[in-house]
Ligand binder design. Structure first.
Ligand SMILES: Cc1cc2nc3c(=O)[nH]c(=O)nc-3n(C[C@H](O)[C@H](O)[C@H](O)COP(=O)(O)OP(=O)(O)OC[C@H]3O[C@@H](n4cnc5c(N)ncnc54)[C@H](O)[C@@H]3O)c2cc1C
Length: 245
């Protein structure tokens, strides 16, 4: 499915909630859609208005618009190989909700909103289990709104062949608190409240170094045992916190 991204820059008002919306579709959004974004998210539209596709390679390349969410561009740049990045899309990845995919960690960790042709779905409600989402039959993702975090980074321990996440962790300090989202380790992306609490008290790699997710809740397969995944979650979380200066 071909998709496009529309760069929308955060507004200048001190009270503005900073958002970047990745709008998917074959053509640029209508004036009404842009006006709706401006009103709702109090965002200014980047000029000149430049739509690009939201294939992974293009999200990775669109660094100037997404500079405030470097965690997102670096995540997109680390998906698969060059061919996969030039074919795979943000909407397809989210709708598929592969337990080892990277984008679910960005959406959950950055507290994004998935906007469909029918409604807005908060990240915490979107991912519902292995290959399962809140999308209903005929419901299409038309855009994803990412609030700009104070700091965020995504680090993954990748499968050397496919580059899917054996474990990937996105750690973010957002306007609504700290979020830690883990992909690759269980049947679906999940948050780690204990790490979030510790990081809210003190943003330091040491804050998460002693916190682990029990192996009993994690996947075990030929790539990694549940115990190894548990260990990797702590290590990747530490590195993500370190990287998110
Ligand atoms: C070899 C290989 C390596 C890969 N490595 C990685 C990796 O490292 N990390 C990673 O995250 N992913 C990886 N992927 C997955 C890849 O990046 C794609 O995102 C994934 O295959 C889905 O393909 P697609 O984006 O073209 O979506 P499609 O195949 O077009 O769609 C997938 C599903 O979503 C539905 N859909 C598509 N768009 C929408 C929309 N806007 N709204 C509602 N439903 C929609 C489709 O109907 C379909 O059911 C890899 C894939 C391959 C083949």
């Amino acid at each position: 499915m071909a998709e496009r991204i529309h760069g929308i820059e955060p507004g200048k008002q001190p009270s503005a909630r900073e958002h970047l919306a990745l709008a998917l579709g074959h053509s640029p959004p209508s004036t009404q859609t842009l006006e709706h974004h401006r009103r709702e998210h109090r965002v200014a539209i980047l000029q000149p208005f430049t739509p690009i596709h939201t294939r992974h390679a293009e999200v990775a390349r669109f660094k100037n618009v997404l500079a405030k969410i470097a965690a997102l561009t670096s995540l997109a740049g680390g998906i698969g190989d060059r061919m996969v990045r030039n074919m795979g899309t943000l909407g397809g990845s989210l709708a598929h909700n592969d337990p080892v995919a990277d984008y679910p960690a960005a959406v959950l960790g950055l507290n994004a909103t998935v906007n469909t042709n029918k409604r807005k779905i908060a990240a915490d409600d979107f991912f519902q289990g292995m290959f399962e989402t809140a999308l209903q039959t005929g419901e299409i993702i038309v855009s994803v709104s990412f609030p700009v975090p104070k700091r965020a980074a995504y680090i993954k321990f990748k499968n050397p062949t496919s580059r899917y996440a054996i474990v990937g962790v996105l750690a973010a300090e957002t306007g609504n608190g700290v979020r830690v989202a883990v992909t690759g380790a269980a049947s679906s992306v999940f948050r780690v409240p204990e790490m979030e609490k510790a990081l809210a008290a003190k943003w330091s790699p040491d804050s998460v170094a002693g916190i682990s997710v029990p192996a009993g809740t994690l996947n075990s397969d030929l790539h990694a045992s549940a115990e190894y995944r548990s260990h990797l979650i702590t290590v990747m979380a530490r590195r993500a916190v370190e990287a998110a200066k």
